[in-house]
Design a protein around this ligand. Structure first.
Ligand code: FAD
Length: 394
């Protein structure tokens, strides 16, 4: 296991750092530290401009192969990029669903025409995407989706309801799982459709979250339409494609989060130092525990990167580990802040009260153990696929 970055990697780190520092000095300074989980509903126009700035300078889709508009970075360099991005407190990416989920899916499963049509808009930040998987009766049991689609006059016509659709209110397109063959078994008969959001057949209703924001939505499809060619993979064969997308969701894109969490840990320690929390033995113990887990998270990421195994079993603990750590970090933050944690101590641009950054961390991190596979589902996957335990009875 080689845990070191090469000289070439370190030179690359300097290049990323310089670009980010220069770019975030001027008009984009306002976006520093904004956006991302728990704060994603802010500064849309500014962050869209940032997305396009990154795209124009070749700093979106850095993991994609060059022939598809990316930078073709090695895994080490991707992590460096994510680390520097977090270190600079650059804004939460507004195009991350297209970049980390749909783009890699099209590269792996799409046609040349689909790649030519959709990838450039993701790279340039001119087309935003959302993910239409979950439904009221289909979350962990995703194959239970009831949204249906049929071909009429060269178009798919889609009816159904999606829920928890992050960024649907911004998105230009949605990748939708729909049942296209109701006679087939549950996992068969599903197709993966690319659906334009700006049309009469789509209604978006915001869902208000604990944080007070509405980052996700209900999406109602009532006779929504998309061209017959906008199916990824085979008609009725969308389950394989859908699972491919989830593998990207649980993959390399989480590796650079470590530094973001470290920034949060640093902010918690600053408060504990100021209010005497560091003198409390239990708080000290929890600070040390979360620090150790942050180190372990990073070392595990490095171990996965340096593995020659295509799907190293160690990667299977990544989501469970960071989600639980982050939730614990949120709880620790509130305990360190103390009674004041029950008051809104942040403020909005107009001066009205808002949650502080750490309150947002606490509230939003409750959802970390739910999206992208709940903790319980992750444990099932680790048990069955990594440890070879007997399968859960269906
Ligand atoms: C912040 C956030 C953003 C999201 N964004 C999107 C999005 O953009 N697009 C999208 O499609 N979806 C999105 N989701 C939905 C997310 O994918 C689902 O919430 C998740 O898959 C869980 O499904 P569910 O909510 O229906 O819970 P359920 O599947 O109903 O689970 C309820 C509880 O039962 C447990 N459980 C279920 N099955 C088992 C089992 N077999 N063994 C043990 N325990 C089990 C679960 O762990 C959980 O604790 C988002 C969710 C959140 C919280």
């Amino acid at each position: 296991m080689d845990l070191r970055f090469s000289g070439e990697d370190e030179a690359f780190r300097d290049e990323v750092r310089t670009f980010l520092e220069d770019s975030l000095a001027g008009d984009f300074a306002v976006t520093r530290g904004r956006g991302g989980p728990g704060d994603d509903d802010c500064l849309f126009e500014e962050r869209l401009a940032w997305e396009r700035h990154l795209g124009a300078h070749g700093w979106t889709c850095v993991a994609w192969p060059k022939e598809h508009g990316g930078r073709g970075l090695s895994l080490h360099q991707q992590v460096i990029y994510f680390e520097e991005y977090a270190r600079a407190r650059a804004p939460g990416r507004i195009g991350h669903i297209g970049e980390t989920l749909l783009g890699p899916t099209l590269i792996a499963f799409g046609t040349d025409e689909q790649r030519a049509r959709f990838l450039p808009g993701i790279v340039a930040g001119t087309e935003l995407w959302c993910q239409g998987y979950s439904e009221p009766g289909a979350g962990s049991d995703l194959a239970n989706i009831q949204t249906r689609a049929s071909l009429e006059g060269g178009e798919w016509v889609i009816d159904g309801q999606k829920v928890w659709t992050s960024q649907a209110h911004w998105a230009d397109w949605c990748f939708v799982l729909a049942r296209t063959n109701r006679d087939a078994p549950k996992h068969k008969g599903i197709s993966y459709l690319l659906v334009p959001m700006h049309q009469a057949g789509i209604e978006i209703r915001p869902i208000h979250q604990l944080t007070g924001d509405s980052e996700f939505n209900e999406v109602f499809l009532t006779g929504a339409r998309t061209d017959a060619a906008n199916v990824v993979g085979e008609v009725d064969g969308g389950w394989r494609v859908a699972m491919g997308t989830l593998a990207f969701e649980r993959g390399a894109s989480t590796l650079g989060q470590n530094l973001m969490f470290q920034n949060e840990w640093d902010a918690i320690v600053d408060i504990a130092r100021a209010n005497g929390g560091v003198d409390h033995p239990v708080i000290r113990q929890r600070l040390a525990d979360t620090w150790l887990r942050l180190r372990l998270m990073r070392l595990n990421a490095m171990r996965i990167m340096s593995s020659t195994h295509e799907a190293p079993p160690a990667a299977m603990v990544t989501k469970l580990f960071w989600a639980t750590l982050h939730r614990d970090l949120g709880e620790l933050a509130m305990d360190v802040v103390g009674p004041e944690a029950t008051l809104r101590t942040g403020s909005l641009a107009d001066g009205s009260p808002d949650h502080s950054r750490l309150q947002r961390l606490f509230l939003f991190s409750r959802s970390d153990t739910i999206y992208a596979g709940t903790n319980q589902i992750q444990r099932n996957l680790i048990g069955e696929r990594a440890l070879g335990l007997p399968k859960e009875p269906s």
